[in-house]
Design a protein around this ligand. Structure first.
Ligand code: SF4
Length: 705
């Protein structure tokens, strides 16, 4: 509130995982030229951020059963519900569902309160829907959840493979960086069932059959091996499992002809991709939701990693696999343990000594003994009645989880639903018994970590709206009122960050230096240094002069975070989609983002110019299918799947689609278009390892209205 309007504050964009730096005032935002992620660029969503800073729709005061109440009353209601549930049904009857929109400090306190002091393991996050398959695959291959490369690698690559990623729309500034990189002879291969805007950059577009990624990459491993294009020295020194992995790949994808037939591609296209990959030491494979959101998501990622390991292309300039995270702080949430299957600071439940170490650090004897429910399981537990108190923060599961009708049933039946949000009316706030007004972007203060492990400050430049409070503060108040004041002495975000950093140091030390996530030196930051913290990639070290240094690349020396220091190659069988078309539901439904909207539109729909690109829900369909169904461009149509609700949208005829497959946007929610919720067509089918839903492969029938 002391800030003069003309002063701009360096902060970060709250939308996607690129994590662009923003110079912001209440009336203007520009790209922060000093931020390494974007170097001054912003996409259309980021450039409109100041227009979202409006009071319209904000949740201003706490509410209990729809009535405005004071903060002390609301906090007493929250604590009363948690106490009653724990007393009557045990700590596992309480669950928290968090969000990649939360800052790391918010996430840390939520995880500590839930696992450490309420004693429930059921803490999961909407990041489960976004990158949990990549997380699981990183752990399997490298021993820890680590993205080995950095954004610069996307510019240094001589071969850029973009798998299941419409980067042009979902990570636009990164796409701009790829476009601007004019390396002589650089080639781009796009692997996607649709011809997206990203394919404009492609020298080769592999328009493969959805869900056949494991076949394509197993085939690549076979081809590399048969053509002497693996790196035997690297494999011998730094990998385990090569022989078994190759044997499995040979069964799945013995030849180019077999791959072409299974992936529905031309043999010469497959061969071209394999040859370029073999010939190009500087290869980066970037992947995103098209790979992750699959019943074989973890296997998809590991099939990609296997090829990089077999060629020794990990953690080297212009040579790495690279997972693009969807949300601004998906990685920060992973760092603190915001996923139900992890503890904290990259320690797992089965990390030897980790529970005892964490219990000692937090000063608690309540830590759960085993992992909790992952997102889809969690809402199923709510539906069964096992969860009595569900606290949802900064996310809209009523429309973002698969089988949204069932999720809504679960929310309606849950005895106490607490929702912390900055917006008053979302599909999820409609189910809240207790509503808590949270600070929004511009008011929040803390840190986020983007896709390249870069920690940046998100700074406040606006006073809090009405009675809104930062999430960490709400959580701290609840912890204190529940009787845990001694462990929640935080006065400001810097206090939390220092504790988080200290815990990472403890975890690293106990792992004999194997653990990569280490920000221990940042535990020494003063408040002033925290406020001025420049973007830095973990692991972080400190020079003699107190200068903080980040690490752009990991595992460059071939030493990984596994027990024996070797990367694990994982045999991957053909992981085809679980939901298959039938004569009743003959169309495959693909879901995804459109260029100018973010998630369920609670913010981006506030800006009219962001609605001009796509004004209404659509169903993209191949002209041959349109002819078959008697549909013309603009016809209002309905997709009906096995679930109870349909999806309504206007037909957009485009040969960018493969015949037999349709694409629908994920953004419209019950608040904007109640009959156009994409998750109505997505069944609650998940990857058995990561728990990530198969959001790219629904099934439906089509009719015109
Ligand atoms: Fe924000 Fe992502 Fe756009 Fe950057 S690319 S401005 S982080 S939405």
């Amino acid at each position: 509130s002391n800030i003069k309007p003309a002063d701009s504050i360096q902060t970060t964009c709250p939308y996607c995982g690129v994590g662009c730096g923003v110079a912001a005032t209440p009336s203007e935002v520009t790209g922060d030229k000093r931020h390494p992620a974007n170097q001054g660029q912003l996409c259309v969503k980021g450039s409109a951020l100041h227009d979202t800073l409006v009071p319209a729709g904000r949740l201003l005061k706490p509410r209990i059963e729809g009535e405005e109440r004071s903060w002390p009353e609301a906090l007493a209601a929250v604590c009363g519900a948690i106490r009653d549930a724990v007393d009557q049904h045990g700590p596992g009857s309480v669950a928290l569902y968090l969000s990649g929109q939360l800052l790391t400090e918010d996430y840390y306190v939520a995880n500590k309160l839930a696992k450490g002091f309420i004693g429930t393991p059921h803490v999961d996050t909407n990041s489960r829907l976004c990158m949990s398959s990549a997380v699981a695959a990183h752990k399997r291959a490298f021993g820890e959840d680590c993205v080995p490369g950095c954004y610069e690698d996307l510019e240094l690559a001589d071969l850029l493979v973009l798998a299941g990623s419409n980067t042009a729309w979902a990570h636009p500034v990164l796409y701009q960086r790829m476009q601007a990189s004019q390396r002589a002879g650089r080639r781009v291969v796009v692997i996607d069932p649709r011809r997206t805007a990203t394919a404009d950059l492609a020298d080769l577009h592999l328009k493969l059959k959805p869900g056949t990624d494991t076949v394509l990459f197993n085939g690549l491993l076979v081809w590399l091996s048969q053509h002497g294009a693996t790196n035997p020295d690297y494999i011998a020194k730094h990998c385990s499992g090569f022989e078994e992995t190759l044997a499995c790949a040979l069964e799945v994808a013995p030849s180019v002809a077999s791959v072409a037939a299974q992936c529905d591609l031309a043999g010469h296209e497959v061969e071209q991709f394999y040859r370029w990959y073999a010939d190009t030491p500087r290869t980066v494979t970037t992947f995103s939701q098209g790979v992750n959101q699959s019943a074989a998501g973890t296997d998809n990622c590991n099939a990609i990693f296997n090829c990089h390991l077999a060629t020794g292309r990990v953690g080297k300039p212009g040579a790495s696999p690279f997972s693009l995270t969807g949300q601004p702080n998906a990685m920060g949430g992973r760092e603190v343990g915001g996923l139900a299957n992890t503890l904290a600071a990259h320690m797992e439940y089965d990390t030897p000594g980790a529970r005892e170490r964490l219990a000692g650090f937090w000063g608690t004897d309540r830590l759960p003994e085993a992992p909790g429910f992952k997102a889809v399981e969690l809402f199923e537990a709510v539906h069964r009645g096992d969860i009595k108190v569900l606290w949802i923060m900064g996310t809209n599961p009523a429309v973002s989880l698969p089988d949204s009708a069932r999720v809504c049933e679960a929310l309606a039946a849950c005895p106490t639903v607490i929702v912390s949000d900055c917006m008053a009316n979302t599909d999820t706030t409609a189910f809240a018994n207790i509503l808590l007004p949270a600070a929004g972007w511009g008011e929040k203060d803390g840190t986020v970590t983007n896709s390249e492990r870069c920690i940046s400050r998100q700074r406040s430049f606006l006073p809090l709206t009405s009675e809104a409070r930062p999430d960490w503060q709400i959580l701290t108040s609840v912890a204190r009122e529940l009787g845990h004041a001694q462990a929640f002495q935080y006065q400001r975000p810097a206090d939390i960050f220092r504790e988080h950093a200290m815990l990472s140091a403890l975890a690293c030390k106990a792992s004999d230096g194997r653990q990569v996530f280490d920000i221990g030196v940042l535990a020494q930051l003063t408040d002033a240094q925290y406020n001025q913290l420049e973007p830095v990639q973990w692991p972080v070290s400190m020079g003699a002069a107190g200068d903080v240094t980040g690490t752009p690349r990991l595992f460059s020396d071939g030493r990984f975070a596994t027990d024996n220091g070797r990367a694990r190659m994982v045999p991957i069988s053909a992981g085809l989609p679980c939901q298959v078309v039938t004569s009743r539901y003959p169309l495959v439904v693909n879901t995804g983002r459109i260029r100018d909207q973010w998630h369920s539109m609670t913010r981006t729909a506030l800006v009219s110019r962001l609605l001009t690109h796509r004004q209404e829900p659509s169903i993209e369909i191949h002209p041959d299918d349109a002819l078959h169904y008697g549909i013309t461009d603009g016809t209002l149509c309905q997709l009906t799947g096995p679930g109870p609700e349909a999806f309504l949208g206007r037909a957009r005829l485009t040969a960018d689609q493969r015949p037999g497959e349709v694409f629908i946007p994920i953004h419209w929610s019950g608040c904007f278009a109640s009959q156009s919720v994409a998750t109505n067509l997505i069944a609650a089918v998940t990857d058995p390892i990561s728990g990530q839903p198969e959001s790219k492969h629904g099934i439906a029938s089509l009719s015109s209205l």
